[in-house]
Design a protein around this ligand. Structure first.
Ligand SMILES: [Zn+2]
Ligand SMILES: [Zn+2]
Length: 161
């Protein structure tokens, strides 16, 4: 049986150390990329954030660790997802080309693509279609956020032609 180490992540979602327990020499109180505070547990329920998965007898962990979007214990979105959603909303608010109904659909879909559900791909497609109504700068920034927080399926759909 394997076990999860604890991950240390900054509030903006930069991974500081995915082996908080086994390699404490890499721990940091603050993020060296953005200066935000770092956390090792869910701020709602205090469950440790799952880090690297260790399997007994096998050296080295999972490569390419990405922090979780939601707490597996209480289901709350981590701060990096919430911050990304907030900036996506601000982007839409400064765009003059798009109407309120489309804004709402885009925001709903943005939330959905960060979750792994049967509707993830559908929502990624919706974003691709509707976001075309945005101004060029807003479009690029909006899609970038979507790719950042989107699940693998969403990323593929957003980046595919
Ligand atoms: Zn950071
Ligand atoms: Zn939690």
């Amino acid at each position: 049986m394997g076990y999860y180490d604890v991950a240390q992540v900054c509030l903006n979602g930069h991974v500081i150390n995915d082996n908080y327990k086994s390699s404490p020499e890499f721990n940091q109180d603050f993020c060296d990329q953005c200066g935000e505070k770092t956390i090792t547990e869910c701020l709602s329920c205090h469950e440790p954030i799952r880090g690297d998965y260790h399997v007994e007898g096998i050296f080295g962990g999972t490569p390419g660790y990405t922090p979780p979007s939601y707490c597996y214990k209480c289901g709350n979105a981590f701060s990096w997802i919430q911050m990304a959603l907030d900036s996506a909303k601000e982007l839409l608010d400064i765009d003059e080309a798009i109407n309120d109904a489309d804004k709402e659909t885009l925001m709903d879909s943005m939330k959905e693509i960060s979750k792994n559900t049967p509707k993830t791909e559908l929502n990624a497609i919706k974003i691709k279609k509707i976001a075309k109504k945005l101004g060029t700068d807003t479009y690029d920034a909006f899609i970038k956020i979507a790719v950042d927080i989107g699940t693998e399926i969403a990323k593929k759909s957003l980046l595919g032609s």
